[in-house]
Design a protein around this ligand. Sequence first.
Ligand code: DX5
Ligand code: ZN
Length: 216
Amino acid sequence: MGIIAPSILSADFTRLGEELINIEQAGADWIHIDVMDGQFVPNISYGPIIVDACKRASNLVLDVHLMIETPDLIIPEFARAGANYISVHQEACNHLHRSLQLIKSFGIKAGVALNPATPLSSIEWIVDQLDFVLIMSVNPGFGGQNFIESSITKIKNLSKMLKEKNSTAIIQVDGGINNSTIKSVSEAGATSFVAGSAIFNTEDYKETISSLRQNM
Ligand code: DX5
Ligand code: ZN
């Protein structure tokens, strides 16, 4: 069964606690927390304080997606705040291997996120370090964008690459995931699905999450 990871970027922040309870009761598996610094991406969101709030309001796995430059400086803070999974962007790390080691030193699952233009070959030599790979199917920075079709072939190729290297890393896909796109990425090999607007912009989260599962 696939992992549904609602992105709180599209949640109503005037009542975040309530949104987190609703999403948990609706059958979500992970909470995806998009951290943006206004440098790596042209938007600013939130930091460790919101991860800490999520930890206190939810029992779900906290999946922290760092869209920030020099993530090593603040990874310890996210660890202290209660992150269970942390992904860093390949494009933002000068020493990717070191960043992954740092995440793992806190007992946290480590992942690498790849922008739509970034080749799979950029992670070829660190596959053995990875618990998950996040394939961006939109350009990072905003919710509600259209799914980029070439992500399907990229996920297929990644799936092949991981098998060849005997890796059990999870393939996560993020951006434009909804009832019309989830099947193609699931068939391509993704097993963790981030969805922001497709979940939070609906009335009935439980119904939305079940229909995403049915369409996988
Ligand atoms: C984009 C973020 C996504 C975003 C997805 O930079 O990484 O997690 O919230 O939003 P939707 O599902 O609306 O494309
Ligand atoms: Zn994300």
